[in-house]
Design a protein around this ligand. Structure first.
Ligand SMILES: C[S@@+](CC[C@H](N)C(=O)[O-])C[C@H]1O[C@@H](n2cnc3c(N)ncnc32)[C@H](O)[C@@H]1O
Length: 240
């Protein structure tokens, strides 16, 4: 689907010259692939719920597969169909086939309650696609309370709701995560020194180097002890 004119086009772009490249590029690739897969497997039949939707930046990826696309958020806005929190979603049990919850879990009062609610509203055989941070700077929206490890997220899902399957994968590797932090503060310092234009080539070089290091070094690109990840992608499937 063309997304010309849909709000927040910047959220659907991931220039390598920006510090958050390590979060955004893998997130976009993942969501785009999930949208295509949904359409391939189900056609335009899915009832989609976007939890903590903001301005529904990823609607264009799921538009082909969505028979209905409902956005819920604690903060009202032009794209928010229902005002409510993920800890007590204002929708019936098992009423959605696909539940999106991108970059929200770190902002909620109770992640355990939120995960149980995501499970409650997912129909049998349905899927939750959730992303949240491993490492990130403080960014209240409206609060900012939590960071995760891969195994911590797996445990939180296993302990909150009966899931047929839960998969948690880091979006990018350890070098990419270090580059994200370095890039963020380099940009800040350069902007303070009124030479902000220098940040783009520097961050581009950082991100390019980091990607190469993660690809070529098993430890950096892996998930074992000593690794550090900027963002995680969770797929949680409800039993049929
Ligand atoms: C970082 S933004 C992410 C927006 C969008 N999902 C995205 O990926 O761009 C976090 C969103 O979660 C919403 N939010 C924060 N706490 C929430 C809660 N307890 N329940 C539902 N939404 C919440 C915020 O209002 C905001 O729209």
């Amino acid at each position: 689907m063309r997304d010309d004119g849909w709000p927040s086009p910047e959220k659907r772009q991931a220039p390598k010259s920006r510090p958050n490249y390590a979060v955004r590029a893998p997130l976009l690739a993942w969501l785009r692939a999930e949208g295509e897969r949904s359409f391939r497997e189900h056609g335009k039949t899915l009832r989609v719920l976007d939890v903590g939707c903001g301005d529904k930046p990823y609607y264009p990826y799921f538009a082909d597969a969505a028979a209905t696309y409902v956005g819920v958020d604690v903060v009202p806005g032009p794209q928010v169909d229902l005002v409510g929190g993920v800890e007590a979603l204002p929708v019936p049990d098992a009423s959605f086939d696909l539940v999106l919850c991108t970059q929200v879990l770190e902002h909620v009062d109770s992640p355990a309650r939120a995960i149980a609610e995501l499970r409650r509203v997912t129909a049998p055989g349905g899927r939750v696609l959730l992303s949240t941070h491993g490492v990130q700077v403080y960014h209240p929206s409206p609060g900012d309370y939590w960071r995760w490890t891969r195994t911590g997220l797996e445990k939180a899902f296993r302990e909150n709701g009966s899931w047929a399957e839960v998969t948690v994968r880091p979006g990018s590797g350890t070098a990419a995560c270090v580059a994200l932090l370095l890039g963020y503060y380099i940009k800040l310092l350069l902007e303070k020194a009124r030479v902000g234009f220098l940040s783009r080539p520097l961050v581009l070089a950082l991100n390019t180097t980091a990607e190469t290091l993660d690809r070529r070094t098993a430890t950096l690109g892996g998930i074992g002890p000593g690794t550090l990840h900027a963002n995680y992608h969770v797929v949680a499937e409800a039993p049929r």
